[in-house]
Write a protein that binds this ligand. Sequence first.
Ligand code: B12
Length: 222
Amino acid sequence: MSRERRMTVSDLFQQAVESIMEQDQDKALAAVKKFLDGAPPDPMELMTKGFVVGITKVGDLFGAGKLFLPELMMSADVMLAASRALNQAMPDGAQTGRSHIHITAATVKGDIHDIGKGIGIALFRANGFTVHDLGRDVDTETIINDAVKNNSTVIATSALLTTTLSEQKKLEEELKKAGLKGKVKTMVAGAPVTPRWASRIGADIYAEDAHAGVQGVIAATS
Ligand code: B12
């Protein structure tokens, strides 16, 4: 890749960051289009090096009381539009021979954050897994029922609030009660989730990010 090309790509990362901070959907989608026009080997790179950086900055400003909920919501909307546009460019995982591996995915009860889950699911699908996306604010019983119905190999949950982390613990407890612990592997993810939390509650896989999630499923099934 030439030096000039590298500069262009890093300019697009910067444009993506700014689009989230400025709540500017046109700017975001223009960055996506320009990025995809360059036929990047990893379409998600614009997400991780651009949009995620932007939403993290917005979250920090919100946490510090320098930005308010309506702006946070508008930034999140821009983020979701960018995610959808990038997801469409993800490779089709049909040729991988992994479609028999089912994953039940959800954001836990009480939590409506689903941007990270969306990225995780896009990568799971691009890697050939069959994903049952239950959405957000999903209770434990619904998650377990879906995993049983679809004979899922992995249940992946996302929690973004310190107050909803306990739902991941509850899932482990309910799986134990139902005699399913070990039969279906659990993956925990979300910004406040740590390897320590995962091991404390007895989760099988900790996914720091979407790529780690894919590697975790591959390791659990090979
Ligand atoms: C966007 C956002 C929102 C949006 C969510 C929109 C949506 N559709 O998701 C909106 C505006 C709705 C929102 C609402 C709220 N939010 Co909010 N939000 C955020 C923000 C800024 C970004 C989250 C995000 O999408 N990050 C980008 C993604 C990519 O990161 P991620 O989710 O961590 O995902 C990565 C990994 O964790 C992992 N991953 C995550 N899930 C999964 C799933 C799978 C399967 C896999 C494989 C991997 C994976 O992979 C991803 C990267 O590859 C965070 C700040 C932050 N830094 O986290 C605050 C934040 C989480 N929110 C916060 C708060 C307080 C709220 C509200 C309570 C605000 C309010 N007063 O109403 C409400 C909660 C509503 C509810 N009941 O859930 C606090 C939480 C504080 C705490 N200690 O719990 C934060 C930390 C902001 C802050 N600094 O104070 N929020």
